[in-house]
Design a protein around this ligand. Structure first.
Ligand code: PAF
Length: 286
């Protein structure tokens, strides 16, 4: 199959080319793994590729900055798009095909169908970014239909996104198995994110306080603190003291994402905080 080669990796720009490649893999009896991304690849994405490769014969990585999941005034235009470098990293990681569709091909004129997961997306990021998860689940639903993978891998940094996608896949009978992969961190504990490029060196250092505050909460919980408001307040004040602006720091049930008042198993603390203009996410089990 003749696909364009960019920086050493095959690239399918259109859905026809992708489908033809996927079908030829299927014909050869190969299992397919899928890693959806918005590009600006970092070690976190590459760890998702490694997870996919551990489960399947070939891996498709999509790069698509999905306009549907950005709200007016968010960073859609500014979002980094280093396409040739991404392709080089994908090639080095052994990705078999990069799927890089245009917005016009994903959302042609007349597009009017959306996928919405209800309860899981109303709180946390859903409360401060209305419509965001509808954009995410719509594009992921389309991508799953196009790639027809055996497994798709998502990072646990976006915990609410992972829960919403897993729910959608179950509810809509997607045959693809949804896997979560652990957060990859910088030396100071900052969770890797494409948006970390917005941080100055000083902010990047200071943002290490997010993970430190989560570890502190974990330790307190292990020592027997069960009052959720005490734990949440500790996290908030540590991040604020480091110069961050906390959007939310919430302890909730790991799967239903319902806020808890007392620590119950399985609980998770989920944080969104700004350092400068970068909105950073992190979470850990308690
Ligand atoms: O996590 C992301 O990068 C995006 O939300 C995703 C899953 C690729 C959908 O656009």
């Amino acid at each position: 199959m003749d696909l364009e080669i960019v920086s050493g990796v095959r690239v399918a720009r259109g859905t026809e080319a992708l489908r033809a490649w996927v079908l030829s893999c299927r014909k050869d009896g190969k299992s397919i793994g899928f890693v959806p991304t918005m590009g600006a690849l970092h070690a976190g994405h590459l760890s998702l590729v490694a997870h996919s490769q551990a489960h399947t014969d070939v891996t498709v990585l999509s790069i698509f900055v999905n306009p549907l999941q950005f709200r007016p005034g968010e960073d859609l235009q500014a979002y980094p798009r280093p396409f040739a470098r991404d392709c080089q990293l994908a090639a080095e990681a052994g990705v078999d095909v990069v799927f890089a569709p245009s917005a016009e091909s994903m959302y042609p004129q007349g597009f009017q169908t959306h996928v919405e997961v209800e309860n899981l997306t109303t709180g946390l990021c859903g409360a401060v970014r209305p419509g965001h998860f509808r954009g995410v689940t719509t594009v992921v639903c389309k991508l799953l239909n196009l790639v027809m993978a055996d497994v798709a891998v998502f990072g646990e940094k976006d915990w609410q996104q992972l829960q919403a996608i897993a729910r959608m896949a179950r509810d809509l009978d997607h045959p693809t198995r949804i896997l979560g992969a652990p957060i990859v961190r910088e030396m100071n504990g900052l969770a890797m994110s494409s948006r970390n490029v917005y941080l100055s060196d000083q902010q990047r250092q200071a943002a290490g306080a997010i993970f430190a505050s989560l570890q502190d909460a974990q330790l307190l919980a292990q020592k027997g603190e069960t009052d959720v408001s005490v734990l949440e307040a500790r996290v908030r004040s540590s991040i604020t003291a480091a110069g961050g602006r906390v959007d939310y720091a919430t302890i909730c049930h790991s799967e239903s994402l319902l806020p808890l008042t007392q620590l119950l198993d399985p609980a998770r603390i989920i944080v969104a905080a700004y350092f400068g203009k970068a909105r950073l996410l992190d979470n850990c089990a308690l």
